[in-house]
Design a protein around this ligand. Sequence first.
Ligand code: ADP
Ligand code: MG
Length: 255
Amino acid sequence: MESILKVEHVMQKYQALNGEVMALQDISFVAMEGEFICIVGPSGCGKSTLLSVVSGLEKPTKGEVTISGEQVWGVSPQVGYMLQQDNLLEWRSIWKNVLLGLEIQHKLTDENLSYAESLLKNYGLYEFKDKYPSQLSGGMRQRVSLIRTLAVRPKILLLDEAFSALDFQTRLSVTDDVYRILKNEGKTTLMVTHDIPESISMADRILVLSRRPAVVRFVHDITFPNTCATPLSRRNCPEFGRYFNEIWRELDVQA
Ligand code: ADP
Ligand code: MG
């Protein structure tokens, strides 16, 4: 496996009314192609800031981010971003929503249209393509939002608390769906969550951040037996509790 994303000594300071706020102190890590990395940390420690820097929406005060060896400089089409709200446009059909990113990037080619169509087919949404977002459940909306993000073929997916607006049952099944889709499509994913079980159920690796200003305090390689290959089944594996206790203690110590 090759590395695709490098975050090197990223520091991020903000100017606030009462002086400077240092959100990120010194963050470095590498993501391998196809890897699913979760970032957990106390509220306000700088998790969303880190994703903004990786996406190119914010330029780091110090340090640099490279994707496939190229420095991230402004918003990059190589990166897809998914937030807590699905941000679907209520007045556009599901199909038109899925095409939004391609439309904005002027990439409505036959090849891209058929890729978007195949995503809808493969992930059980094709029959809903002429419906409107309000006619879909919260879980389906989140899947449409993911497909819209994937339609422009980003190399890296960023998920910022993407499931926290969903109720617990929906959330469990959506994490299963999203995990399957991202692994099938071979995407490298960086997901921020405050939910430790959610991170253990999905991640190949978990980075535990300190309180603000954030540094990477702990790193966990997450491995499960083949019998626990999905987020839902991981939750029933004995290893799950062990990871939970370790990470919970690491977060708790700093509270
Ligand atoms: P998290 O996502 O971990 O909850 P954030 O990355 O949103 O944390 O924020 C980290 C810190 O940076 C917080 O103290 C927040 O108030 C501050 N912050 C975030 N964005 C800005 C900004 N644009 N200007 C000033 N301060 C900011
Ligand atoms: Mg946040």
